[in-house]
Design a protein around this ligand. Structure first.
Ligand code: NAD
Length: 368
């Protein structure tokens, strides 16, 4: 019997609600397989700050250090509420970035996927979606502007100023490129390299290193795209993309656009992989506007569990069953409020009901 320790950081806003559904799915995975999961809940983000004065407290660090994988809900507060926390303890700066840095989770995989049968979820026309959207954003997660030196103050003209540094070394670029090329090799052998080399020198180095790495993957076709053009292309012709690789901030922004073309950020799970540790989280935030209402879409969190099963626990077949179970619930005509607008023909169900239906589907699937 295999045994894995999972740090469970439910987070803020809708985090606890969607985590609850994800844990129901993990329980079923345990029932169906020779595996046990030791769940180690820990406080992280704004909730941790209000409980302990620290957004990433030592007790949580200890639990994450011990864990075989980390399942993380979204963190954060509304714009107004965030002002109650000192800038450096606000959830991303105080918890998320330190966790990414601690575990060096440099490779972030964000699938943007919508089968043709669910094209009605998307704001795009069916002819644009064609046979379905199925791309993955590979985002560099521990470099660039988010991790560079930051400085705020008053300059010698007496004006307030801010300085943030965008820094990458070639090794940081090379390792994310290898991840992207390896993934592209296993898929359509097509890699879109997203950059801004017409303006940013960081992108000039990014592209240089990309070209060096590309020589090791001669079967992968590379298409270069400026990030601004890529934003448009994601709306006008998303099916041209398969694997897209980009630096940290571009990936943050374009992956939210990915959620937009699918119809909801609730369809955006992700995996954040480092050399020794990985954590799994929805790509979206804590959605304070819908928190506590039992209407959030838990797909992103359950999908993050599926990614954890495949990447951290070598359970690819069960991961596929989880994806299929969720697609099955959609296929039966159900969804949470974000994807069941009046007149859409979709029956609206709650967060909990979605989780229950996924569990029911999973229980009825042949064992892996
Ligand atoms: P958000 O992603 O929380 O929400 C944007 C919109 O998408 C909202 O209308 C929300 O209701 C909707 N949405 C998001 N997830 C959904 C789901 N699962 N089901 C249905 N609808 C969903 O972005 P925001 O409102 O700009 O940010 C809220 C907080 O989250 C901020 O404090 C921000 O800093 C934080 N944040 C955290 C992370 C993270 O934990 N990795 C990522 C992004 C933002």
């Amino acid at each position: 019997m295999k045994h894995y320790k999972i740090a469970v950081l439910a987070g803020d806003g809708i985090g606890p609600e969607i985590t609850h559904e994800a844990l129901k799915v993990l329980k079923v995975i345990e029932e169906r397989n020779d595996v046990t999961f030791e769940l180690m809940p820990a406080s992280f983000g704004a909730c941790a700050y209000f409980e302990t004065g620290d957004a990433f407290p030592q007790a949580t660090i200890d639990i994450c250090d011990q864990a075989d994988a980390i399942l993380k809900g979204p963190i954060g507060l509304s714009h107004e509420e965030a002002k109650k926390i000192p800038i450096d303890q606000q959830p991303e700066r105080g918890a998320l970035l330190p966790m990414r840095r601690r575990y060096n989770t440099y490779a972030n995989f964000r699938p943007v996927s919508l089968p043709k049968s669910l094209a009605h979820f998307s704001p795009l026309k069916p002819e644009i979606i064609g046979e379905g959207i199925d791309l993955i954003i590979v985002r560099e997660l521990v470099g660039g502007l988010y991790f560079g030196e930051k400085e705020m103050g008053v300059n010698d003209k007496g004006l307030r100023y801010v300085r943030e540094t965008l820094e990458y070394d070639e090794e940081q670029i090379r390792r994310i490129m290898h991840e992207a090329f390896k993934l592209a090799s296993k898929r359509r052998k097509l890699l879109h390299n997203i950059h801004k080399s017409n303006v940013l020198k960081s992108s000039v180095l990014w592209n240089e290193v990309m070209e060096e790495v590309a020589k090791e993957y001669p079967d992968v076709k590379v298409v270069n795209f400026l990030v601004d053009a890529a934003a448009t292309a994601l709306c006008l012709n998303p099916i041209q993309f398969d694997v897209m690789v980009m630096e940290n901030m571009f990936g943050d922004i374009l992956s939210d656009q990915g959620g937009g073309i699918l119809g909801s950020l609730g369809l955006m799970p992700s995996a954040c992989i480092g050399p020794d540790k990985a954590y799994y989280e929805p790509s979206h935030g804590s959605a304070p506007d819908i928190a506590g209402k039992n209407i959030a879409n838990p797909y992103s969190m359950i999908g993050s569990v599926a990614m954890m099963l495949e990447n951290s626990f070598d359970m690819a077949a069960e991961a596929k069953n989880v994806w299929d179970a969720m697609q099955g619930v959609f296929g039966d005509g159900y969804s949470t409020a974000d994807l069941s607008k009046p007149g859409s023909g979709v029956t609206m169900i709650s967060t909990e009901q979605f989780g229950d239906k996924v569990v029911e589907k999973l229980r009825n699937m042949p064992k892996a």
